[in-house]
Design a protein around this ligand. Structure first.
Ligand SMILES: [Zn+2]
Length: 61
């Protein structure tokens, strides 16, 4: 097992490219970046079809 020869600076988050990667979310720095990248990869229109927890259909009771 050889360690990655590249310095930490070159291993930035694949999404925001600003913060260092976290092993748990590699190659991203956080779950947020991982989720955003996944949504972006799937297509943002897919997230707009009604599966977003932030955009709830609340009934005016
Ligand atoms: Zn990031």
């Amino acid at each position: 097992m050889s360690a990655d020869p590249r310095p930490p600076a070159s291993r930035a988050c694949a999404y925001c490219n600003r913060q260092p990667r976290v092993a748990a979310f590699d190659p991203f720095c956080s779950k947020g970046c991982a989720d955003r990248d996944l949504l972006h990869w799937l297509g943002e229109s897919y997230a707009l079809q009604g599966n977003s927890p932030l955009d709830s259909d609340e009934d005016p009771v």
